[in-house]
Design a protein around this ligand. Structure first.
Ligand code: NDP
Length: 339
C-alpha cells in the first residue's frame, strides 16, 4: 500500500457563504489519528443537503472547516488495538469527508460487503440509513418486506414523500413501498415525476403544476395522509398541516427551501397531529443501532430490493457545481464526488 503523505488535497471553508467559499486546497495536513480512530483514503464522497447548511452557516461549526458527512474508500492506517485491517473497503457517516483522507472513529466505519461497489456504498449510506430509520422509527412501520413485483395496492398507511425523486426521497419511497405503505410522491416537473414513480410512488403529484393539497384529498378520498415526510421545510409545512389525516404524523426533516418558522403547539390539537423533527444521527447513536441498520441497508442493496440512482459523479474540485445543482433543484438521485 502506498505510504500516507503528510499533506493532501481537499475542500476548505474559511468563511460561510455561497459556493465560492468552497476552496480547493492541495496542502491540507493529513489528519493525525486520535485514540480509537482509523484513517480512510476516500474514493467517493457523498454530497448531502446538510453540506450546504454548513457552507451557508445555517448550521454552525467552528471555521476553518473541511465539511462532508459521508464517504467510502480504503482503510490506510489503524491503531494497534484495532480489529480493522489496512486495505479494508469501508463506508462511513462522520465529519470532514470532503478530502483525500479522513480520520474516522473506528466504530463509525462499516466494512463494505463483497458484491457492493465502493461507489454504491458511498451513495447509499447516509440517505439510506435516513430512509430506513425514518420508516421504522418515525413512521413506525415494520418488516417483513413485500416483494415489489407483487405489491398491487397496499393495505398499509397513506404516506406522502416530498421530493420523491431526490436523494433521500428516492430511498424513502422505495423503502416505504417494500414496507407496504401506500406511497404518494411529489416532485417538481414531468421528468422528476417519472423518477418518483420508478422509485415506487404509486401516486405522483407534480408540485410545479398541480395543487398538492387538492390532489392528496382526491387520492385519499378526503381522509388525508397518515404520515408526511418533508425535507423541503418552509415552503411545504403549511400544506402539510392541511393534508395530514386526523391522528397523523408530520415529520419535517430538512430545510431545502429554508427552515420552518416556530410553530404554535396549540395548532396540533385540531387533528391530534404528531409533529416530529427526526434526525438520522439520533437514531444511530449507539454502535448496535449503527451496525444493525447498516447491515440491513447493505442487504437491501445486495438483494436488489433497493436501488441507487446516481445523478452525477463530480470531481472533488468541482464541489461548487454540485452544490449549485443540488440547491437549484436540478438533480435526481444521489450526487457523488470522486476524490
Ligand atoms: P435532494 O436530493 O432531495 O434535493 C433537494 C430536493 O428538494 C430538490 O431536488 C427539490 O426537489 C426539493 N426542493 C423543493 N424546494 C426546494 C428549494 N427551494 N430549494 C432546493 N430544493 C428544493 O436532497 P437530499 O436528499 O440531500 O436532502 C433532502 C432533504 O433531506 C434536505 O432537507 C436534507 O437536509 C434532509 N435530510 C435530513 C436528514 C436528517 O437526518 N434529518 C438526513 C438526510 C437528509 P423537487 O424539485 O422535486 O421539489
Amino acid at each position: 500500500m502506498a505510504p500516507v503523505p503528510k499533506t493532501m488535497s481537499g475542500i476548505l471553508i474559511e468563511e460561510t457563504g455561497g459556493v465560492e467559499v468552497l476552496k480547493w486546497k492541495t496542502d491540507l495536513p493529513v489528519p493525525e489519528l486520535k485514540e480509537g480512530e482509523v484513517l480512510v483514503r476516500n474514493e467517493f464522497v457523498g454530497v448531502n443537503f446538510i453540506d450546504t447548511y454548513f457552507r451557508t452557516g445555517l448550521y454552525k461549526s467552528p471555521l476553518p472547516l473541511v465539511t462532508g458527512k459521508e464517504a467510502a474508500g480504503v482503510v490506510v492506517a489503524t491503531p494497534a488495538s484495532s480489529s480493522l485491517k489496512e486495505g479494508t473497503r469501508v463506508a462511513y457517516v462522520a465529519d470532514h469527508a470532503y478530502a483525500e483522507f479522513t480520520a474516522v472513529p473506528a466504530d463509525r466505519v462499516a466494512p463494505i460487503p463483497d458484491g457492493l461497489t465502493t461507489e454504491t456504498a458511498a451513495a447509499a449510506l447516509l440517505q439510506g440509513l435516513t430512509a430506513l430509520t425514518f420508516v421504522r422509527e418515525t413512521a413506525e412501520l415494520a418488516p417483513p418486506y413485500h416483494p415489489a413485483n407483487q405489491l398491487g395496492i397496499s393495505k398499509g398507511p397513506w404516506v406522502l414523500v416530498h421530493a420523491a425523486a431526490g436523494g433521500t426521497g428516492s430511498l424513502l419511497a422505495q423503502i416505504l413501498m417494500i414496507h407496504g405503505a401506500k406511497v404518494i410522491g411529489t416532485a417538481g416537473g414531468k421528468e422528476k415525476c417519472e423518477v418518483a414513480r420508478h422509485n415506487g410512488a404509486q401516486w405522483v403529484i407534480d408540485s410545479k403544476s398541480e395543487d398538492v393539497v387538492a390532489r392528496v384529498k382526491e387520492i385519499t378520498g378526503g381522509k388525508g395522509v397518515d404520515v408526511i415526510f418533508d425535507g423541503v421545510g418552509k415552503a411545504t409545512f403549511e400544506s402539510d398541516m392541511e393534508m395530514v389525516a386526523r391522528k397523523g404524523t408530520v415529520a419535517v426533516f430538512g430545510n431545502a427551501s429554508g427552515p420552518v418558522p416556530p410553530v404554535d403547539i396549540l395548532r396540533l390539537g385540531a387533528k391530534n397531529v404528531k409533529l416530529m423533527r427526526p434526525v438520522l444521527f439520533a437514531y444511530i447513536a449507539t454502535t448496535e443501532e449503527r451496525t444493525a441498520y447498516t447491515k440491513e441497508l447493505f442487504d437491501l442493496l445486495l438483494t436488489g430490493k433497493v436501488r441507487i440512482k446516481i445523478h452525477e459523479v463530480y470531481p472533488l474540485k468541482d464541489v461548487g457545481r454540485a452544490h449549485t445543482d443540488l440547491e437549484g433543484r436540478k438533480t435526481t438521485g444521489k450526487l457523488l464526488l470522486k476524490v
